[in-house]
Design a protein around this ligand. Structure first.
Ligand code: SF4
Length: 906
């Protein structure tokens, strides 16, 4: 852990006292294992500095180890001392057999078990008399229920010869009172306050005393920073100055949120920006004392995913992408590339799925050809072994032996070289597997899923930090810093809300019991006393202590901690030397990128969408039409908006495609007596023909039936509107036309062309999303699809344009929207004068404007104009999905993507 470099300051009174104590046969007991390691390391360093080459191992033990070794030295009567995972499992089993809690899922059940375990520890530590059932007889409601749990826990422990670590000090006390033999004196170090059970145990032990506090720091300051970043920057600058003055200085930074990922990230960012020492990289100058959850590490996350996948459970598409990208399931680079390629191929074939089991992944068409044979054989064999094994219950020990073997056989942790931190994570992983194996302490047999979820829980609850690299700056929480000393301390976040820290009462223990026993957070006074003790201890742990707080934190004003004001005086603004230097001048030089790569080919994929993209953002057009970039949307369990759009287009094409099955005109439409039955036939035929077998196999039959019903109703309603139109004839659907602009050819497919009652043509485009003719507005249209069709796809010699419309076929909004020369006469006679179709007729000027604009867009595209220039940021970018390619987020803040139905009409 990251505290081995902390030492008792060289030549300090503490170091001399400890040495003398140990040499006289005494034992040092520290409040935490962190403090024990720090004192031991310091002791060894001092002996080395004295020129010694060998000396006896010092008796320096943390509180838990001291109690355990003293207990084991005497007797444990054959009882098994439970580890934390075993005790939690026992509490979970008790809770699962109680009333309503029996219905809880495993996650919540273990949360309750953790609460019960903590309440039991609090009682054992602060108020052991309540371990006697008679003392709990007056407890009510939740506390009364918890009292029953304690009784059940006691019965389990008695019958199974088990012992909770929380009871160990009490048991030891009884042994000490019965054992009158001589015992070495104890010197206590780093205890902010002695808990009742600790005081009683030390009294029962015999001679003990606390290490005398060092004199308080000579230099104490309290700083007020304008905000959190400035506070962190000041702390980093102070550390830099300290290290510049004394390159061997040991510094301690105390923060309230050392474990929280977000705070950690912010600290890392600011420290990397401001920490400087000649000859050192900023990242080598500091380390965190507390680790992060073992399960969050990439290597362990990969192992957990493989254990699920290989056993037949499904992984989400993004999980599988992540697993393949981590290379943990590939034996070499070739396998890794093939797995990545397979994911892309599945996408291209439209075979994406929101979830993949191993079986469904390897049984895709062509998988045996596309995936490496070695990989298929390896994972296939492990899968078969696991599938066979996971059908029966086994002891956790057996599972713990089998899991690493399966993982290894499947190739984990992959072919890439491991770092030192990876090897340490692997060691912690093995320990976690062994601990999960110890859950068989009571002879239970469990299924694979239960074992795996116990292991995953353990991985998430286990903190992991790579071994210390002896960085000069240690970042720790206030309580964890107990027993550590340094050449200088900076205490961050000393504001009124943070210090003293407040917390909730324990929900399973009666309020009066918590108050009378002085349990944590039982009263504000108790929290204040503990914070005062910690602060006093910190003041005596270094010759210089700096406190700071940010006047503004997360958009709220804060005030200085009154406790710190009482000890260090009112805060003062940061001195100039601790103010972050002004940002260096802008290092980005703007220049106009005039280099363009003209289009060499005579055509480009994408139809009208190329020019729409050119108008929305030139880079988007370049990336999609010339680089082949694609937005990667998450697969869905049901039909995607695009698939629904395709089906709707296909049904309307089928309806208006003319005889023998379809119709061609409004008069034929009006001749159909049962339109719903008519539409239903077309929907059924299209669903049968258009939905691929593998997609059909993935979806429940009933779901597809409901989709058919939904589409039938929607289109039957739509035909009602078509029936009310002025007479028209459908000239064609899915009409293919080619248009050549600026030397390149676009292949277009028009949804439909109608001949109106005045012989002019209406260009119709079906839309299921929210669209408006406003998107055609010049000078920079959001969409040029219909203006392109209207202006270039018709034969001007033979065809007269009567209008261009979106046919909006969406539930609750069945309507036409667009521009017609005379909408009231040629489209719908019942339109009011205020209708947009009437008020905004199609004009010759509009057509000329669109033509000019589209021709310019085509020229720009052909010339290679590809600026990152969204038409309307951030909305345009939110619908684009190419941010990672164009890097616009590097310079602009863009909101989250919104989901919108897409049409499939290109
Ligand atoms: S994300 Fe925005 S800037 Fe980037 S290509 Fe798309 S529209 Fe252009």
């Amino acid at each position: 852990m990251g505290d081995l470099g902390r030492s008792i300051r060289e030549g300090s009174q503490d170091g001399a006292s400890i040495r003398q104590w140990i040499e006289q046969g005494g034992v040092v007991v520290t409040a935490s294992d962190r403090a024990a390691r720090a004192l031991t390391a310091s002791y060894h360093r001092d002996r080395l500095a004295e020129g010694l080459s060998a000396w006896p191992t010092p008796q320096i033990l943390d509180w838990r180890s001291f109690v355990q070794s003293a207990f084991e030295e005497r007797s444990c009567n054959g009882r098994l001392l439970l580890n934390a995972a075993q005790e939690q499992a026992l509490w979970a089993e008790i809770a699962a057999h109680r009333g309503q809690l029996a219905a809880l899922l495993e996650g919540p059940l273990h949360s309750v078990a953790r609460l019960a375990m903590e309440a039991h520890r609090l009682l054992s530590t602060y108020a052991p008399r309540f371990l006697n059932p008679t003392a709990r007889s007056a407890w009510q409601q939740d506390a009364a229920e918890f009292s029953n749990w304690i009784a059940a826990f006691d019965r389990h422990c008695a019958s199974g010869q088990l012992l909770s670590p929380s009871r160990l000090p009490l048991e030891l006390m009884v042994q000490l009172e019965a054992d009158t033999g001589p015992r070495p004196p104890l010197l206590l170090a780093g205890f902010d306050r002695l808990l009742p059970v600790q005081r009683r145990l030390f009294d029962a032990w015999g001679e003990w005393r606390e290490l005398a506090a060092a004199p308080p720091a000579a230099k104490v300051h309290f700083h007020a920073a304008p905000n959190t970043d400035a506070e962190l920057a000041a702390c980093a600058l102070w550390c830099s100055r300290q290290l510049a003055e004394n390159p061997h200085a040991r510094l301690l930074v105390i923060t309230q949120n050392a474990a929280a990922r977000q705070s950690r990230g912010q600290m890392e960012r600011v420290f990397l920006q401001h920490l400087r020492r000649t000859g050192s990289l900023p990242e080598d100058l500091f380390e965190f004392s507390l680790g992060i959850s073992l399960g969050q590490g990439a290597l362990i996350k990969g192992a957990a995913m493989m254990l699920r996948w290989l056993a037949g459970q499904a992984l989400s598409e993004s999980e599988l992408d992540w697993l393949f990208a981590s290379n943990q399931i590939a034996a070499n680079a070739g396998e890794s590339a093939a797995l990545h390629m397979q994911m892309r191929t599945l996408r291209r074939r439209g075979q994406q799925q929101p979830q993949w089991t191993l079986r469904s992944f390897v049984s895709q068409p062509h998988a045996s050809r596309d995936l490496p044979a070695d990989w298929l054989q390896r994972v296939g064999e492990v899968h078969l072994q696991m599938e066979a094994a996971t059908h029966r219950s086994r002891s956790p020990l057996e599972w713990a032996e089998a899991l690493p073997q399966w993982l290894e056989a499947a190739g984990w942790p992959g072919f890439q070289p491991l770092s030192s931190a990876d090897f340490q994570a692997l060691r912690s992983w093995r320990q976690a597997v062994e601990t999960a194996g110890s859950l068989g302490f009571d002879g239970r047999q469990i299924g694979y899923k239960d074992f795996l979820s116990a292991l995953l829980r353990l991985l998430n609850e286990t903190l992991f930090a790579p071994e210390s690299h002896d960085a000069p700056i240690l970042i720790a929480g206030p309580a964890e810093s107990a027993g550590l000393t340094a050449d200088g301390i900076w205490f961050l976040g000393a504001d009124e809300d943070n210090w003293p820290p407040a917390g909730p009462l324990h929900p399973l223990l009666p309020l009066e019991v918590q108050r009378s026993a002085g349990m944590p957070h039982a009263t504000a006074e108790l929290d204040g006393e503990l914070a005062q003790a910690i602060t006093t201890r910190l003041l005596a742990s270094a010759p210089e202590v700096q406190f700071s707080f940010a006047r503004q934190r997360e958009s709220t004003e804060t005030r200085p901690s009154r406790l710190i004001v009482a000890l260090a005086g009112s805060p003062l603004p940061l001195p100039p030397e601790l103010a972050p230097p002004p940002l260096p001048g802008v290092q980005t030089v703007c220049f106009e990128d005039v280099c363009r790569v003209p289009l060499a080919a005579a055509n480009a994929p994408g139809g009208a969408s190329v020019l729409t993209a050119q108008s929305q953002c030139p880079f988007r057009a370049f990336a999609t039409a010339r680089l082949g970039a694609q937005n990667w949307e998450a697969a869905q369990a049901g039909l995607t908006p695009a698939q629904r759009g395709q089906l709707l287009h296909a049904v309307l094409h089928s309806i208006w495609d003319g005889p023998p099955q379809g119709i061609r005109s409004q008069s034929e439409l009006n001749g159909i007596s049962d339109r719903t039955a008519f539409v239903s036939c077309h929907v059924e035929a299209v669903f049968n023909a258009e939905i691929p077998a593998e997609l059909r196999a993935r979806m429940p039959r009933r779901y597809l039936e409901l989709e058919e019903l939904r589409l039938t109703r929607l289109l039957a309603d739509w035909l009602e509107l078509e029936a009310s139109r002025a007479a028209f004839v459908v000239l064609g659907t899915e009409v293919e036309r080619s248009v050549t602009l600026a030397g390149f050819t676009l292949k277009l497919r028009l949804d439909r062309i109608d001949r109106l009652n005045d012989d002019s043509l209406l260009v119709v485009d079906y839309k299921t999303g929210g669209v408006s003719p406003k998107s055609w507005e010049l000078p920079r249209p959001e969409d040029v699809q219909l203006p392109l069709y209207a202006g270039f796809a018709l034969d001007k010699e033979k065809e007269t344009l009567g209008g261009l419309v979106f046919a909006k076929v969406r539930p609750g909004e069945l309507t036409f929207a667009g521009r017609l020369a005379d909408a009231k006469t040629t489209l719908l006679s019942n339109l009011s004068g205020s209708s947009a179709l009437v008020k905004n007729p199609l004009t010759a000027e509009q057509l000329i404007g669109w033509r000019d604009c589209i021709e310019q867009l085509a020229r720009d595209f052909v010339e290679g104009k590809a600026e990152v220039d969204p038409r309307e940021a951030p909305q345009t970018c939110e619908r684009c999905g190419l941010e990672s390619l164009c890097r616009i987020r590097d310079s602009q803040s863009i909101g989250e993507d919104e989901e919108s139905e897409e049409d499939a009409d290109e």
